[in-house]
Design a protein around this ligand. Sequence first.
Ligand SMILES: [Zn+2]
Length: 232
Amino acid sequence: MSETSESLDRVMVIGAHPDDPEFGCAGTVVKWAQAGKTITYVLLTSGDKGSHDPDLRPGRLAALREEEQRAAARDLGVEQVIFLRYPDGLLENTLDLRRRLASLIRQHRPHIVMTIDPWRPYQLHPDHRAAGQAALDAIYAAREWYIFPEQLIGEAEPWRVKEVYLFWTDNADYWEDITPCFETRISALARHASQVGLDMDRLTKRIGERAREAGEKSGYEYAEGFKQFRFH
Ligand SMILES: [Zn+2]
């Protein structure tokens, strides 16, 4: 995937809600996991407001959605799922969030980060804007000695992420062929039954159409498109 000889084998996916990775980049996740990359998910909220059922209290819904996220991640070969449990629907790109993400980046040392494109025009969901922005700001902070220096006592050092892939973008300039793993991508999405339960047929069709459109731009049958940044 890269012209450099350096292996980029640790990947961190940062999303706002359980199901963001499965909607956004799951085909690439499973493909890269099968190729031997170590994938870590970081979910900033547990999606506790993602229901219109008045009997489903936020605490119960959060637990259910974390369970669904873990099951989807297992299907895709994701090694670890981390929940930061900020309140759903109220996510902000605060210094606190940026600090926590920078710390996770410095600990896990991902070569690649995948996150939401915060600059997609008319991106209405505040959590999606905040998550993408916070992830990018944390990538910047993590590589600087003078930002959150309290994290750098002892052996800890700044960490420079080498590549970033933004999903849900209108400005894709990198495409991954997901033809061989399209079915797995769909079945992982179906794990989020509280969100997609009755809609799976419609969603499978929509995701198939989108993946085919991305494929047309890149010469594959099914593809996922990303805005790519390279820092090496
Ligand atoms: Zn979301």
